[in-house]
Design a protein around this ligand. Structure first.
Ligand code: NCD
Length: 334
């Protein structure tokens, strides 16, 4: 199975969010991204001032259908909808519901669409959000489709970069960790292709950024370099984006033996951010991680002002407030 399929053909945003699905980051051109980031900025201001921005009605419902374990992305969407004043139907652990009776994804989504104004889907298969979007008439937001894409995460990552660096242009971004199965880096690299970034990939050989995605991004003009040691690029890095090994996506033999053997052979110690590594890093580095962290960033780094990952979590809520209000057609004052 290919880890990254070519980008799905979904409707471009093209300046109008109302009623649109958000399935792939490729739907967004820079003016659309700017609209999201400006709206997220306004959401931040109103949450800081009032704790909310009640653009929605309590009867406007978001149903969050999560087939894969998730606490933070789920909580981020939930908090976003509630701070907008809307209601939430949480469908988590879907494997315990009708799906275990054999219901298809299409039927599940069509069912929940009957109660809702917007659906948020997380599912282990690449292309699942696209499938859902094709069968329902209300907006479907992709909250992660297997090793495919995670467009809302890419937007919150770019918002964080803008907030931390005061620009999104011509940055040197180093991605380190599992670049093969980490969907956040796939979507972020696609997004950065619009902003003249140079992207460095630092990973074990087994977890390299998929070749077909690199070829696609090169054709769009993204400058990409691959390294197996962080010190080769650390000094020039503006943003260091670290990801965990997606153990759940590694090939598994019975008893999990093959997975353990694979992990051992990766020499993962090389890809850990420690206080010592931070001493060698630029003073104006921004250190990011989509979370959950396992041990790729030592907790001793958390108090370093360059560690932006907790701010990144909060930014996620503002960006999801922005996206929900935009697809539901509610304008915020900016
Ligand atoms: C990421 C995901 O689910 O892809 N997490 C998230 O959305 N907060 C990253 C990960 O699971 O490693």
């Amino acid at each position: 199975m290919a880890v990254v399929e070519s980008a799905p053909s979904v409707e471009p945003i093209d300046g109008s969010f109302l009623g649109k699905d958000i399935v792939s980051i490729d739907q967004f051109q820079p003016p659309d991204v700017k609209e999201v980031l400006d709206t997220a900025h306004a959401m931040r201001q109103s949450v800081e001032e009032n704790g909310h921005n009640h653009l929605l009605d309590r009867s406007e419902i978001m149903t969050a259908v999560f087939y894969e374990p998730s606490s933070r992305t789920y909580a981020s969407f939930d908090a976003a909808m509630k701070r907008l004043g809307g209601g939430v139907i949480p469908i988590v652990g879907v494997q315990y519901s009708s799906v275990s009776k054999g219901e298809t994804l299409e039927d599940t989504m069509k069912t929940f669409a009957q109660y809702s104004d917007v659906l948020v889907l997380r599912h282990p298969q690449i292309g699942s959000a696209q499938r859902a979007a094709e069968v329902v008439d209300i907006p479907v937001i992709n909250a992660g489709d297997g090793a495919g894409e995670h467009p809302t995460q890419a937007l919150l990552d770019l918002f964080t970069i803008q907030e931390e660096k005061k620009t999104t242009d011509r940055l040197n971004v180093t991605m380190m960790g599992d670049l093969k199965y980490g969907r956040t880096v796939h979507s972020l690299a696609r997004l950065l292709a619009h902003y003249g970034a140079t992207v460095n990939y630092v990973s074990p050989d087994q977890l390299r950024m998929p070749e077909e995605l690199q070829v696609e991004l090169a054709a769009r003009g993204l400058v990409q370099n691959e390294h197996d040691r962080i010190d080769e690029v650390l000094g020039d890095t503006d943003v260091l984006y670290v990801t965990r090994v997606q153990k759940e996506r590694l090939e598994l033999s019975r008893l999990g033996v093959r997975r353990r053997r694979q992990m051992r052979s990766m020499n993962l110690g090389r890809y850990i951010v420690t206080p010592e590594l931070m001493k060698r890093a630029p003073n104006d580095l921004t250190l990011m991680h989509p979370l959950p962290r396992v041990d790729e960033i030592s907790s001793a780094v958390d108090d370093d002002p360059r560690a932006a990952y907790w701010r990144q979590v909060q930014n996620g809520m503002y960006v999801r407030m922005a996206l929900l209000s935009l697809v539901l057609g509610k304008m915020v004052e900016k």
